[in-house]
Design a protein around this ligand. Structure first.
Ligand code: TXA
Ligand code: MG
Length: 316
């Protein structure tokens, strides 16, 4: 199968209607989308990504009204958060209705709902009038794509079309939240930070791991979001090879060898936007190792440290 990259919204719609896969732009990372109401189409997502079917998919909608039939309970506190942050990088885990196939949820009784902000995807979802099931458009365990070209290089010849919506604005996956004992909890850090949620909730949401919550999210798998090149958190030691590459948040003196700066003015927002693209670039540069300066453990820094720790775990 040949993979085309383009901006043809009607072609994307036509392919999705026929049960085919299309990579879609979102404000976080590129997704690999299929008609969520077509089980064969959903199954082909797992095949193309080589992803285990036990790992559930997020349903994407234009707005809450479209999503309500797919859940039996969208709690009032989620409506408040929806009004504040959506469309945007926040995913809600809620009880599923009978409209949701067990294939989407990995057999769980809950389903993840998201309302992406990218204008092209908003148009597509409004026209499609059904949910799109979409994980990130990378091979399982590998780096998430933030440009159409990243998708093409990983999924070439596996999918017919990549809808190009330009580089992703946020560059990090959505924050995933659930409700436990009447309290909002975070399953995966992302674009909507814990501090932003706390300002709405009046308390700091707990962060739940896989063991505590009994649900599996790839954000919880230890090795994930990984580069092919060995990756370490920290600064490259003086003894490291000259072909080791250093990534820093802002400009830094005394770095020898290849060096990527995520943000010229030390902005975490800009660093998040550039993080995956820089890791793709570092991977393609044939470096012997990649060292990444750790982020401050606040705001978006938490989500970035989380992804990098999982990538680095592969090489420990
Ligand atoms: O920003 C994003 O969320 C991107 C874009 C494409 O929307 N999507 C994304 O999908 O990151 P994916 O599949 O790579 O990660 C979604 C995570 C998975 O770790 C999955 O296990 C978790 O969401 N998830 C899905 N349904 C769930 C559920 N019912 N309960 C808990 N976690 C769930
Ligand atoms: Mg993913």
């Amino acid at each position: 199968m040949q993979t085309a990259v383009g901006t043809d919204l009607l072609l994307a719609l036509e392919l999705l209607e026929k049960g085919q896969l299309v990579s879609i732009p979102t404000e976080t990372v590129y997704g690999l989308a299929a008609d969520a109401n077509n089980e064969d189409a959903v199954l082909s997502i797992f095949k193309a990504k080589e992803r285990p079917t036990s790992n559930p998919l997020i349903l994407h909608f234009a707005n809450l009204e479209q999503a309500l039939p797919y859940t039996t309970d969208f709690p009032a506190i989620f409506e408040t958060l929806y009004a504040r942050f959506c469309p945007g990088p926040l995913t809600f885990v809620v009880p599923k209705s009978s409209l949701v196939s067990a294939l989407i949820t990995g057999g769980q009784t809950t389903v993840a709902l998201r309302f992406p902000a990218h204008p092209v995807l908003q148009q597509l979802l409004n026209k499609f009038e059904r949910p799109l099931a979409a994980p990130s458009a990378n091979l399982y365990g590998q780096l998430s794509p933030t440009t159409a070209q990243h998708v093409e290089s990983q999924l070439k010849d596996r999918i017919p079309y990549v809808l190009d919506g330009g580089p992703c604005l946020h560059g990090l996956e959505s924050t995933i939240i659930g409700l436990q004992n009447e309290r909002v909890v975070i399953y995966r850090h992302g674009g909507v930070t814990s501090e932003m949620l706390a300002a709405q909730l009046g308390y700091v949401p707990d962060v739940k791991t896989q063991e505590e919550s009994g649900v599996l999210t790839s954000g919880m798998v230890k090795h994930h979001y990984a580069t092919a090149t060995p990756l370490f958190l920290g600064y490259k030691p003086a003894t490291a090879s000259e072909t080791s590459l250093q990534i820093t948040i802002g400009p830094k003196e005394h770095i020898s060898g290849p060096h990527i700066i995520l943000s010229q003015n030390n902005s975490l927002t800009e660093a998040a936007r550039n993080l995956y693209a820089s890791l793709h670039q570092a991977d393609a540069a044939n470096a012997t190792a990649i060292y990444v300066e750790p982020f401050p453990n606040e705001g978006l820094g938490k989500a970035m440290n989380d992804r990098l720790n999982r990538a680095a775990a592969k090489f420990q």
